[in-house]
Design a protein. Sequence first.
Lengths: 629, 112
Amino acid sequence: MAKSKKFSFDRRDFIRGAATGAGFLAAQATSALAQQVAAPATAGAAAEGGSGRPGSDFMVDVVKSLDFEYIFAMPGSSFAGFHESILNYGGNKSPEFITCMHEESSVAMANGYAKIEGKPVLVCAHGTVGLQHAAMAIYDAFSDHTPIYIMLGNTLDATERRNEVIWAHSVQDASSMVRDIIKWDDTPQSLPHFAESAVRAYKICMTPPMGPTIIVADTEMQERPIPAGTSQRIPKLARSTPPAGDPAAVAEAAKLLVAAENPVLVASRCARTPEGMKLLVELAETLQASVIDQHRRMNFPTRHVLNQTLRTSPGAEPIAVPAAWGADVILGLESDDFYHTVEQAKQRGTPKLITVNSGDLFLHGNYQNFQRYSEADLSIAADAQATLPALIEECKRLITSNQRVAMQARGAKLAQLHAQAMDATRTEATYGWDASPISTARLSAELGDQLRNEDWSLVTDGAPWIREWPLRLWNFDKHYQYIGGAGGEGVGYAAPAAVGAAMANKKYGRLSVAIQPDGDLMCANGVLWTAAHHRIPLLILMHNNRAYHQEVMGIQSIANKWQRGIDRIGIGTKINDPNIDFAKLAQSMGVAAEGPIGDPKDLSAAIRRGIAVVKGGEPYLIDTLTQPR
Amino acid sequence: MKKIVSLAAILILPVWIALAQAPGNAENGKKLFLRNGCYECHGTVGQGGVGPRLAPRPMPAVALTAFVRKPSGNMPPYSAKVMPDSDVADVRAYLASIPDPPPVQSIPILRP
């Protein structure tokens, strides 16, 4: 964040608050080593303050009790006390400080991490300029129901603001700027208050619908010694069970599904964990029902015979139930745009519509990410994954032997259709096979082929920028193999989210791969340095179409509408003249790289080289020149 | 009424045949395909993208011209002012010149 030479002070200058001087000087006599090995207070345990340690040490105790693996942050003076405590008191372990180069990247990295690991990291930022940078990524996470935990630094006491920079970096109500797009926030007034609210923030962000929470850590509270007599008790984390659907409503849903001739299950953010994926498979197999995966998470194996997503329109937003299917019951599982999901199906019939959506439990009014109102026949306000066990059980209880026979026949027919759709998809991929720039189908097929025998994870969005080719061609059967995209559709999400997800994958030895749009990378390419600096293994294949292509088409469409020609549509939309050399960009930040590659015949060898480097624990970037989509 | 229809057919048929058989200039068509931004949605070799696949074996010239003038879906209309009939014919010639893709069985990396 912005820094001034005027602000290059020793953070310990809080000592000028002479009232605490004696205790503090005593603390200085304590060896640094002793501080590093000091055992943090444990959750639920009580300790007395006045030890001469800074308040930020206690904050580190609190943070450690929440089991954060990492801190994603760009350094900032308003949380310098906490930063120092993490390093010298906390030993820079659990959490470990990961240097980010933009707060938007910090939060987007946290988003990618959370979707792999199922829990948040700690993000730190200035309460003012840092949060302003972070805002778009917070909106993405809010819309995407991912748990993001943010600690903001702020100097609330005006008399403690030592210079003009601190004044400029201070705010009365730090979280207010993003309060529409977070679940909860607090500005603790004491260290015990900090402990309680920090634990509460964790509980709230992890309760479905998950989302961002913010704790504001006052700068002075961080830097002053812990006042004598202050309780250092850390409350126990009481995790909330995810809200499951009302039993009567679940029974009604089961009744409709079992009686249906052509039920369709539509999953968007249904599977929060691997267990969610297993449950959806069990429900689908119980009913022998069609499944459409809208790919906000990895919900359903792509090669499962009941997966009928290939028979929809790939890349559509949202992926909708085709009218021709004649669906008579459609179950939406965390499908946020259910209105458009069922719009076509409603034109050909009157399907019964059921939704299970935790989003119904928590809405704000300002930002419109809640999508158009859906006229469901049965709307269950609950977490889909938590509701599935009861729904499966009830369906199994209701199915008669005759129905089971009919369902098996339906399943066999769906298996045939799935196989036909797979064949058609492979044939479609052959068109433009040798084209230069490289087709997105060829790019995806070349990469996918070299992942067949690897434990891989695709850590970027598959649609619509690359026409969902990986999701159409590859065999996804594990939850961590796909993380969906930016919930709020913010450009600048993909690259940092990929790095964050790769960070989560690292300890499991997974091969993280990203297909990275060029415009997105230019929003926050500092994450390349973060990946290099922290040795984050990640293979990045550029989807370099040298344009903000969505906008090219948008301007083209409007220009044609008014019949004014399209010779100027590249102005403000194309990323050429000069062309960006992404390999050099990556190399300049310590990431091994090659390209640009425009001939598809060169791709296979490049990917092989990249995988070798990534398997050695480093990131690698291949600049590939691609078709627009 | 029948006479009117027959007369119309007599008048239109030669135009239809001319357009349907219009050879066009494939080389110029390629330039137009790229310059007019067709490739943005359909890919540089008409393989499809946001828009549907156009090549190989594009639709007949008359149908293509009619569609370009009054498209359905998200396709923006190209009026004769922006893209004359002769340009459409050249673009069609380019699309017709694009060879068939390799058979899927010949591409090992596309195996299931």
